[in-house]
Write a protein of this length. Structure first.
Length: 341
């Protein structure tokens, strides 16, 4: 690599020579530094196992995933090294791994073991829209466990962080949060943890609220807030103490503030004013207008047919009257009767 030309320096000759020597030394030091010495985060590596030939296509899809897709999870957890390879089992619907969980569960992870199970035939159910998003979510669970040093974290925080690492909030998330606020008013984070073990609707509401709470936390306190909490937990702090130290407020205060801001209007106004809602409204109005126009056209055609039928009956009556003998109409005698008389 050719050395860059150094521009003339506005100093005396001796001082200029000294500065040139220093800059040249720095440049040579940079060239001599091996790339391995530069600190780059190590992205997660996957050790993928195909559970059955019927999921061969899905297994290949996971194998082709760009490792950079896992970078958000690495950044949110604050890890510089993702650690040893993460075992990923791609299992079919009829497998023991699938029978071990409810039918609506499309994947799960064991953070301590560094293992992930993906059930691709169940993908498409909320909150995972694709197999890639599911893989990113479950791998994020392993990264969260490693960032916390294997120590436990609340389920709502674990799921909220994994959702932030794998997918952003969309209109469906906002609608589910708004509906939860409308129906339940306020759900404590402790109750939210219990909801993850409930029915499918309970679990879907829990995902939406956990994702919204953590997303709100990261927006208000910075994207590194979650990583700071996990780092303190890894050093032995309880979750509550780690949260209060990193955020600067107790969890109860932050939770109360969150619910105070999550009023009905606060959640529904963004949804009602969104582009998707606008076009949905336009489409519905167009359908209503089309239906009304069709009804008016049908009524008009029916009226025309009734008028045409009435005219036809009147015309037939007139033609019938024109074909009758006037004497018959007036009650006179027939010619035969005259001859007889």
């Amino acid at each position: 690599m050719p050395l860059p030309l150094l521009p003339p320096l506005p100093f005396s000759r001796s001082r200029c020579d000294l500065l040139r020597a220093v800059l040249l030394g720095l440049w040579l030091a940079i060239l001599a530094t091996p790339l391995a010495a530069v600190a780059f985060p190590t992205l997660p590596r996957l050790a993928i196992t195909q559970g059955s030939p019927e999921v061969a296509r899905e297994t290949q899809e996971i194998e082709r995933m760009d490792p950079a897709l896992f970078r958000p999870g690495l950044e949110l957890t604050g890890l510089d090294d993702a650690g040893p390879p993460i075992a990923v089992l791609v299992a079919p619907e009829n497998s023991a791994a699938a029978r071990a969980v409810p039918s609506w569960v499309s994947g799960y992870a064991d953070g301590a073991a560094g293992a992930v199970v993906l059930l691709p035939q169940r993908v498409g159910r909320y909150p995972y829209g694709s197999l890639e998003a599911l893989a990113e979510h479950e791998v994020a669970h392993v990264l969260i466990a490693r960032a916390a040093g294997g120590r436990p974290v609340p389920r709502w925080f674990d799921e909220g962080m994994a959702m932030a690492a794998s997918r952003g909030q969309d209109l469906e998330d906002q609608a589910r949060v708004a509906l939860a606020v409308l129906m339940d008013g306020r759900v404590t984070l402790q109750d939210l943890d219990a909801s993850f073990h409930g029915s499918r609707p309970d679990v879907q509401v829990a995902y939406a609220l956990a994702g919204d709470f953590v997303a709100d936390l990261l927006r208000r306190h910075g994207s590194t807030a979650g990583a700071g909490i996990l780092a303190q937990i890894a050093r032995g702090a309880s979750f509550e103490n780690a949260f209060a130290t990193e955020i600067g407020e107790p969890l109860a205060v932050v939770e109360a503030s969150y619910w105070k801001r999550r009023t009905f209007w606060n959640r529904w106004v963004p949804i009602l004013s969104s582009t998707a809602t606008l076009w949905t409204g336009v489409t519905l109005l167009a359908l209503v207008a089309f239906r009304r126009r069709s009804a008016r056209d049908a009524a008009l055609r029916a009226r025309w047919e009734a008028e045409e039928n009435a005219e036809a009956i009147a015309r037939a009556a007139r033609e019938s009257e024109d074909g009758e003998d006037p004497e018959d109409v007036e009650g006179g005698e027939s010619p035969d009767e005259e001859l007889v008389n």
